[in-house]
Design a protein. Structure first.
Length: 337
């Protein structure tokens, strides 16, 4: 039995030394060390030897098993650097460039937001932010929209708790800014807003940008000049603007602002519903009641405010037909911008 163990060791080690790929090495491992391999058969044969010889032969058999296992690992390491692990055939080409993850880019709404904020930053406006969850006081009451005001119907929203809502516009940040800062004030406020609304051009959550300027001697002419400059920067120097009288509870007088359609240049098309105009934003002079809530002297200071949906701007600039495309995270759509 002892001579058999020695001959098996010599045969196994010689065979392993001649192997030159991983597949053959795995076959040799199974042949010698597998559950039905030669070493297993050898260990079963120890039952037939005398009790006196069995311990020594058992140690020799285990030593043989360990020697074969070490030889297999050593052989594997000898050619692992030259072959693709697991195949034994394909070498690694170290000259190949690495696989880089694809580059991302800003979402189309973020692109529009940065562009618009940049325009107003050049005019001296600062960026302000506020909470998405607001009290009814900041969202409605402080903006001259008390509980019995009919304008609340168009701002039906999501209530978190009694008296606490998901903000319906970014205008509450205007009040928070004025409470903390004496005039003059010039801010733009981008952020998410929420309303119970859903169709091709409206979403329960959308992105809005609010603007506020307060100082001595601010007039509607300043408002018109500011918005004309902004829209020419955004849509090009040939864009025309139109101001239409409107009502907002927190501004007086108020107006809706249209810009000439960039597709048909005012002649009428499907995008502008054959009117030649696209509705862009709402604006007006800050209502004295809003100044009263903020603690401003409305006899000394005047100001204007405006608000626009950044989703709508993105849809108009890129002729996007449905607002849902902006939030579905479909890379086939987003990679176009």
């Amino acid at each position: 039995m002892k001579s058999k163990i020695e001959s098996m060791q010599a045969e196994a080690l010689a065979e392993i030394e001649q192997i030159d790929d991983l597949d053959a090495l795995e076959s040799a491992r199974i042949k010698w060390l597998g559950r039905k391999g030669a070493i297993t058969d050898l260990l079963r044969g120890l039952a037939d030897v005398s009790a006196e010889e069995r311990p020594a032969l058992g140690q020799a058999a285990n030593a043989l098993k360990q020697a074969i296992a070490q030889a297999i690992e050593a052989r594997k390491g000898s050619f692992a650097d030259d072959e693709q692990p697991g195949t034994g055939e394909t070498p690694i080409d170290l000259s190949l460039p690495g696989r880089r993850p694809p580059k991302g880019h800003l979402h189309v709404i973020s692109q529009v937001t940065e562009e618009i904020v940049g325009i107003f930053s050049d005019l001296g406006y600062q960026v302000a932010t506020g909470p998405d969850i607001e009290t009814e006081y900041y969202n409605f009451d402080a903006l001259n929209t008390p509980a019995d005001h009919p304008a609340r119907d168009s701002h039906d929203t999501f209530y978190v708790n009694p008296g606490v809502v998901l903000r319906t516009h970014t205008s509450p940040v205007q009040m928070r800014v004025m409470e903390k800062n004496p005039p003059p004030v010039a801010v733009v406020v981008p952020g998410r807003v929420y309303r119970v609304d859903l169709d091709a051009s409206h979403s329960p959550m959308f992105i809005q940008l609010e603007g506020l300027l307060v100082d001595k001697g601010v007039s509607f002419a300043d408002l018109k000049g500011t918005l004309d400059h902004f829209l020419h920067k955004l849509f090009g120097p040939n864009a025309k603007t139109r101001f239409r009288p409107h009502f907002f509870p927190f501004t007086e007088p108020s107006a809706e602002v249209d810009v000439s359609c960039s597709v048909c240049e005012g002649s009428g098309c499907r995008l502008c519903k054959n009117t030649g105009w696209l509705e862009i934003l709402g604006c007006g002079m800050v209502h004295p009641e809003v100044f009263r809530h903020a603690g401003y002297d409305y006899e000394e200071y005047t100001g204007f405010a405006f608000g626009l949906g950044l989703d709508r701007i993105a849809m108009l600039k890129h002729a996007i037909g449905n607002i849902r495309h902006l939030y579905e995270n479909d890379l086939r759509f987003l990679e176009q911008f």
